[in-house]
Write a protein that binds this ligand. Structure first.
Ligand SMILES: Nc1ncnc2c1ncn2[C@@H]1O[C@H](COP(=O)(O)OP(=O)(O)OP(=O)(O)O)[C@@H](O)[C@H]1O
Length: 596
């Protein structure tokens, strides 16, 4: 029989090296990882069999574990979907998941003493087998195929692949246990580990004892138990399992919904940003189960702006053989989604009462939530009410508190969106302090988008300070200034829609403001940087009649050169480059030379 020898992808080599050499405690998680893979593979086969009867699972489908003390092996067998030759090479010989690759580099840069807990809590999937095994043999037959393949490796950089025999589809993993890991050859030890880590697995997990396979799990899904029967550790373990996270949950939401739709739900809000961002997709991965059986994790049970919530929803209101088509159209899912969003929002409202803890939550997930204001008009106001913002008066304020502080005469909510580092010193803020008007300082990239979409909050309009020129129209302006405005407008042409004198400017000679309708300046900047057309009127130029430079210009006949200088200065102040930086430097140098 021909045997092929292949080398692991470089990332795998690194990961294996780190796993094997930095983990001394918590090795038992290898069993959790391998059993979880077996359960996932069985779930996949069950789901595929819905559209292809030939793939149907045997009635006694289970995950079976047996240890052979004499041979020093542990065998883990499943009736799952199996792997073809190329899948064995792809799944076990390379790291396809970007998250795992990123995890590997994080692991490499972590202090050696921190690595065990990182590995122990995160899990490294299949490769954890090499923590306890000096050689791993995987025999797999893909459901629907006749041939089977055997993958063998000692984890030292290479693996072999050869044709093999397996009576039925599924995967067998044979671990040749290292001398220092013999404790795992005891069935009782294996059972304890399964109970601890894998009790929620919905497929039977059986362990061979005295020649007979015995159920190792209670077989009662955690989310179907009463809250009083579950310990905080059990919740946390389950959270780490479903969420691939390694922190403690910030919130655990476990309830049974009864009414128009019935289901059990166990949802978690992480307390840290997941190490793996929501990988390739932004969509919710909350798992849908029907009568305990896993159906899919892409039913989009929660909207994208709650994509950080992980967990399980299990309903009796759908048939076990629910197909993808039914999932897309059934009103049951729509009803479930509604209940879930409202439940998560009310949990967040309750959590918001502890300002300190909630601050950390918002630092992690506040920007994702803001996307909800943009995408989900039905919940926009509720989301906005939960958020906190920096302002010219407070480090963090809610919109309600902002409104409560509004002085007499202020009717709108003012905000300035832009680069967080420059907000506090922006000339756009000039004039607001004098009026006693607080301004929200919005430094997230998404902040350029959502205020315009929200429009108003509790009947107060959200107004960008870059569009609040009306507040500061200068009263009586000397004729020379009015003439200067006209001359500047002539010189600047279509770049500027209007030049006006403003009372808001204190230290700056001029400033750009956006037209009242259309995108504000922060939004225009984003559009420009993204190479997108900027719609709406060009900006206005406000000049400061009491600034020395403006006074001097008002006395001049020809302001052509000065006009473009003034415009470029205003652009610079907003963090934009002048259109032609070299030309601008020439102008400035010439102006300085005149006064030198
Ligand atoms: N028993 C199995 N049956 C079928 N496919 C398997 C089995 N075990 C592993 N695989 C395949 O190998 C891939 C890699 O497994 P591995 O455990 O390393 O990562 P994962 O399960 O994708 O991620 P994680 O362990 O972080 O959840 C799996 O995604 C799956 O496609």
């Amino acid at each position: 029989m021909t045997e092929e020898t292949r080398r692991f992808g470089t990332e795998v080599g690194r990961l294996l090296d780190l796993v094997v050499h930095s983990l001394y405690s918590d090795r038992e998680i290898f069993l959790r990882e391998l059993v979880a893979n077996a359960a996932d593979a069985t779930d996949k086969r069950r789901f595929m069999a819905l559209s292809d009867g030939a793939l149907a699972l045997p009635d006694n489908a289970a995950i079976r574990i047996s240890a052979d003390k004499a041979a020093r092996t542990i065998r883990i067998e499943d009736n799952g979907i199996g792997m073809s030759k190329e899948e064995l090479a792809e799944n076990l010989g390379t790291i396809a998941r970007s998250g795992t690759a990123a995890f590997t580099s994080q692991l490499a840069s972590a202090k050696p003493e921190d690595r065990p807990s990182l590995i122990g809590q995160f899990g490294v999937g299949f490769y954890s087998a090499f923590m306890v095994a000096e050689k791993v043999e995987v025999t797999s037959r893909k459901a629907g195929h006749e041939e089977a393949w055997e993958w063998v490796s000692d984890g030292q950089g290479e693996y072999t692949l050869k044709s093999a025999a397996r009576g039925a589809p599924g995967t067998t993993i044979l671990l040749h246990i290292k001398p220092d890991a013999e404790e795992y050859l005891e069935p009782i030890r294996l059972k304890t580990i399964i109970r601890k880590w894998a009790d929620h697995i919905t497929w039977p997990v059986e362990i061979e004892e005295d020649g007979k396979f015995e159920a190792a799990t209670e077989g009662k899904a955690l989310w179907r138990k009463n809250r009083s029967e579950i310990t905080p550790e059990e919740y946390a373990d389950f959270y780490r399992h479903v969420g691939h996270n390694f922190d403690e949950p910030f919130a655990t939401i476990h309830w049974r919904a009864e009414g128009t739709v019935e289901f059990n739900a166990l949802l978690f809000i992480p307390s840290q940003k997941p190490f793996m961002p929501v990988e390739e997709s932004r969509e919710s991965k909350v798992r849908l189960h029907v009568k305990r059986m896993f159906i899919t994790d892409d039913a989009k049970l929660l909207p994208n702006w709650l994509n950080f919530v992980v967990g399980v929803v299990d309903t009796e209101d759908l048939p076990l053989n629910v197909s993808r088509e039914i999932l897309q159209s059934t009103p049951v899912l729509e009803k479930i989604r509604k209940v879930l969003v409202n439940r998560v929002l009310s949990e967040l409202k309750a959590k918001a009462k502890d300002a300190e803890a909630f601050k950390a939550f918002l630092e992690n997930f506040g920007s994702v939530m803001k996307e909800g204001i943009y995408e989900d008009t039905g919940h926009a106001a509720e989301i906005a009410a939960l958020l906190r913002f920096a302002s010219t008066k407070e480090d963090a304020t809610t919109l309600d508190d902002y409104i409560a502080r509004m002085p007499e005469g202020q009717s709108d909510i003012y905000y300035l969106a832009g680069d967080a580092a420059h907000l506090k010193t922006s000339p756009q803020l000039e004039g607001f302090a004098e009026k006693g008007y607080e301004v929200l300082l919005l430094g997230d990239a998404i902040d350029a988008f959502w205020p315009g979409r929200l429009g108003s909050y509790k009947e107060k309009k959200l107004v960008s300070v870059s569009q609040a020129g009306n507040l500061f129209a200068a009263g009586d302006v000397p004729e020379a200034i009015t003439n200067l405005c006209t001359k500047l407008k002539e010189a600047l042409g279509e770049d500027i829609s209007e030049v006006t004198a403003s009372s808001r400017l204190k230290d700056s000679p001029a400033m750009l403001v956006a037209a009242e309708a259309g995108p504000d300046l922060a939004m225009q900047r984003l559009l420009r940087r993204a190479g997108r057309p900027v719609f709406g009127l060009p900006p206005k130029l406000e000049i400061n009649p009491s600034h020395k430079l403006v006074e001097a210009l008002a006395a001049k006949e020809d302001v052509k050169e000065a006009a473009s200088l003034l415009l470029n200065l205003a652009k610079l102040q907003d963090g934009d480059l002048p259109e032609n930086p070299a030309e601008f430097v020439k102008q400035i140098s010439a102006a300085l030379a005149e006064n030198a």
